[in-house]
Design a protein around this ligand. Structure first.
Ligand code: SAM
Ligand code: SF4
Length: 333
């Protein structure tokens, strides 16, 4: 239809259709992963954070504009009080629902998540050694996360994927173990190149950087990886192994720029609609939500107009000072 307000699709200036949103539901977390957070973090005052109802309105507006996949993330989404109410509401929308979690709450919450309509789970796990897991997360308990993964597998989600950030000298010797663990559970695993988000003084990102090509070479020492054309609306490139249902994915923001295919935007915990993970272009949805409570048309129009701000590509450079001062937990990884 000619009237922009009736548009049911989000298309940016470069012809990319946006049909995937990632929403950060909290900046808080019960872990302090070394690449994600500083040891001492100051979290946002509650008034600055979108309420569960506001997040639901945002999700509803996006689905009415053609979004087909919603990922709830954080921070640790499952530590937000009463988050299950939000998950149920978003689970009722006509879109695939995925959650990214550190797994700490999964052992008890997996059945509720399944019942609420969650289709996919990503569980972050960077090490299978208890002491190392503790070192990398500063707080996390590996057996708890593994029990959570087992509980999720037992629920039979459409897809479960492990996410591991690979760091040289820290966990690159566990790449094959992580692949074998995923195979033993019949789930997928993706390896992530660390991104320079937020300045963490005690952590030198360039020193531990490990490219996806290096990770792939390690895996190919044991398993032949067959490239697939499968995509999951996200930036992972997937490979299959001949003798397993498990897929191996690579998320490579440095070595394989995926911007030309970018179909997603993010909503930060403060309700900032972020058009690109590697840039600051954004629109304040919270202002609209609070100025015009319940006005879905206003919200939809602000989102439609925001598409013109989506930049062509991100600029990440490990050698320079990070240009992005946001931390991943604010942004929603
Ligand atoms: N707390 C949940 C978790 O850990 O899965 C969800 C939020 S977390 C920010 C989402 C993902 O981002 C995790 O897989 C984490 O490993 C990854 N991540 C965090 N900081 C990162 C960084 N600087 N570079 C790359 N990945 C990062
Ligand atoms: Fe928490 Fe996830 Fe960040 Fe780790 S990566 S500190 S679990 S938000």
């Amino acid at each position: 239809m000619a009237d922009n307000k009736q548009t049911d699709k989000l298309v940016d200036r470069f012809g990319r259709t946006v049909d995937y949103i990632r929403i950060s539901v909290t900046d808080r977390c019960d872990f302090r992963c070394v690449y994600c957070m500083a040891e001492e973090m100051t979290f946002l005052p509650h008034a600055q954070v979108l309420t569960l109802e506001e997040i639901e309105q945002v999700a509803t507006a996006f689905v009415s504009l053609g979004v087909k996949k919603i990922r709830l993330t954080g921070g640790e989404p499952l530590v937000r009080r009463e988050v299950i109410k939000l998950i149920q509401a978003v689970g009722d929308l006509d879109a695939e629902l995925a959650i990214t979690t550190n797994g700490s709450q999964l052992e008890s919450m997996a059945p509720q998540l399944k019942a609420a309509g969650v289709n996919r789970l990503n569980v972050s796990i960077d090490s299978l050694r208890e002491d190392r897991f503790k070192e990398m997360t500063r707080i996390g308990k590996l057996p708890k996360v593994m029990a959570g993964i087992d509980a999720a597998v037992a629920e039979g989600f459409d897809r479960i994927k492990l996410n591991a950030v690979v760091m040289k000298g820290r966990n690159d010797d566990e790449v094959l173990d992580l692949v074998d663990y995923a195979r033993s559970k019949g789930i997928d695993v993706s390896f992530i190149e660390e991104m320079p988000l937020g300045n963490i003084s005690e952590h030198d990102r360039a020193e531990v950087y490990c490219s996806s090509d290096e990770v792939r070479e390690i895996i190919e020492q044991r398993y032949a990886l067959q490239p697939t054309t499968e995509r999951t609306a996200g930036p992972s490139r997937y490979y299959r192994m001949a003798d397993s249902e498990s897929r191996v994915g690579f998320i490579s923001p440095h070595s394989h720029n995926f911007c030309s295919e970018c179909n997603r935007v993010r909503v930060t915990v403060e309700g900032r609609l972020l058009l690109c993970l590697g840039n600051e272009h954004s629109v304040d949805l919270r202002a609209t939500l609070r100025r015009y409570p319940g006005d879905m048309e206003k919200l939809r129009q602000v989102i439609i107009d925001a598409m013109d701000l989506k930049p062509e590509k991100h600029e990440f450079d490990l050698d320079d000072e990070p240009q992005i001062v946001r931390f991943m937990n604010m942004t929603g990884g």
